[in-house]
Design a protein around this ligand. Structure first.
Ligand code: 4AD
Ligand code: MG
Length: 430
């Protein structure tokens, strides 16, 4: 019976064959422990000389790291391993003997590992992060489907900027200028006027020369947009959504969290509602914490966000930023037009901003004004304004950065390990 490691619990006491790679091994004169992985999981195979015979046993002892093989044996329960099962090897067939696999069990430097990303993905830790990323994606679709949202795909090639023109990747679109999408938001606003509650989920690009643990050049964003919802309504969606993905990972990725040594008690606490603090109060909090030179009107940097997040166990919404430091489309607070109806959601443990969201300007004249103030031109000018011309309604939306969310939930330091093939400043390989 050919099966996979993930399916092994169904075959206790039975003889199965698994296609696998040899991750590591340890052996003595009479017994060899083979650490096997097959993509679906990790388990130990035990090869005993008395069962295999002298020749086959010597072959097992000589197997090299990352050799591919079919292993046959009986599945038994093994309470010592967290997986809970092992395979008593009765036979194996080598598919290919791998020679000098570059990533050995010893420590390697980050640049070396990044240069071998195509192989590094096979390691236990990287495998776990990819499984958690997959679970977040699955739980995202589940959440929005259960709540009546329609998935709408935004274009990647666009004629204008969505967030700010300095970070655009330029390309040619035949004879025209085009840019890789920074955000699908403007298109989601159009889609919300057609379908009510929508979300996009796609790659976005920022030609930002930032070299921090939170920045990628290419990253994936989930962007819901809701007609007839104000900023308060949107915050409720955000906290429920983030709670849902965290609780889904806790439930469905136990072995992966364990492989990453993730402290799960801090994740258990991530349940809606989340605390909120206004930008004004956040500035005061920072002053109280010793950031004496921060002034009202300045944007927060990573150290500020980390300091604010330290005061809470859950992600915290920082609301109502000054209009001048936020995007052109955010709706001013009617009581206080110098601030906008927006929030950034800051993750705990120093992972920074995972969501940016706002209520959008729905007034045609004000939006026209904003285009002028921000000197925005390009092809969105016409169609985006038309959304305010024909049946404008209050609407809100947000964008969650997938990789920063994966980093936080997995507990990995840097976003470069949260996407299969990261695009970073100075890295387009592999
Ligand atoms: O705050 P941002 O720039 O918001 C927007 O793009 C809005 N149009 C979203 C919307 O309202 N529909 O980006 C949203 C999120 C950030 O909170 C962060 O998690 C992530 O995207 N993000 C990045 N992640 C990795 N690398 C980068 N360079 C990122 N820039 C933003
Ligand atoms: Mg932002």
């Amino acid at each position: 019976m050919k099966t996979t490691i993930a399916e092994v619990p169904k075959y206790v006491g039975e003889k199965v064959t698994i296609g696998a790679w040899l991750q590591n091994k340890r052996s003595s004169g009479k017994i060899a422990f083979l650490q096997l992985r097959d993509g679906t999981g990790f388990m130990q195979g035990v090869a005993v000389k008395a069962d295999l015979g002298e020749e086959k046993f010597q072959e097992a002892k000589g197997l090299t790291q990352e050799s591919s093989l079919y292993v046959t044996g009986v599945i038994v329960e093994d309470t010592r391993s967290s997986f809970g099962y092992e395979l008593q090897v009765s036979d194996f067939e080598v598919i290919q003997e791998a020679e000098d696999y570059p990533i050995t069990p010893k420590e390697h430097g980050t640049e070396f590992l990044m240069d071998h990303r195509h192989l590094w993905l096979r390691s236990r830790k990287q495998h776990a992060v990819m499984k958690i990323r997959n679970e977040i994606i699955r739980a995202t679709y589940e959440f929005f489907n259960q709540n009546g949202y329609v998935k709408v795909d935004a274009p990647i090639l666009t004629g204008s900027s969505a967030e700010g023109s300095t970070e655009l990747f330029h390309t040619k679109y035949f004879d025209e200028d085009a840019y890789l999408s920074q955000s699908g938001q403007l298109y989601m606003e159009a889609a919300a006027m057609a379908l009510g509650k929508v979300f996009s989920f796609g790659p976005t690009f920022r030609a930002e020369k930032s070299k921090t643990r939170r920045h990628l050049i290419e990253f994936w964003m989930i962007e819901p947009e809701m007609a007839f919802m104000d900023h308060e309504d949107s915050l409720v969606v955000q906290e429920q959504y983030v709670s849902h993905i965290v609780q889904s990972v806790l439930e469905n990725c136990k072995l992966d969290l364990e492989a990453l040594n993730r402290d799960t008690s801090s994740l258990e606490k991530i349940k809606a509602p989340f605390p909120r603090i206004s930008y004004d109060d956040a500035v005061q909090l920072l002053k109280d914490k010793g950031f004496t030179d921060i002034e009202w009107g300045e944007d927060f940097g990573a150290p500020h966000e980390t300091a604010i997040a330290e005061s809470y166990e859950k992600p915290v919404f920082i609301t109502n930023y000054p209009a001048d430091i936020k995007a052109f489309y955010m709706k001013p607070d009617p009581e206080r037009p110098e601030v906008v109806l927006c929030a950034d959601l800051i993750a705990p443990e120093g992972y920074g901003e995972i969501i940016g969201g706002s209520q959008r300007i729905d007034d045609l004249e004000l939006m026209r004004q904003r285009y002028e103030d921000h000197q925005l031109t390009g092809d969105a000018y016409k169609w985006y304004l038309q959304l305010r011309e024909y049946g404008t309604v209050p609407h809100s939306g947000f964008g969650l950065g997938l990789e920063r969310t994966v980093a936080w939930i997995s507990g990995v330091e840097h976003v470069r390990e949260t996407i299969p093939f990261p695009r970073l400043l100075n890295r387009l390989y592999p």
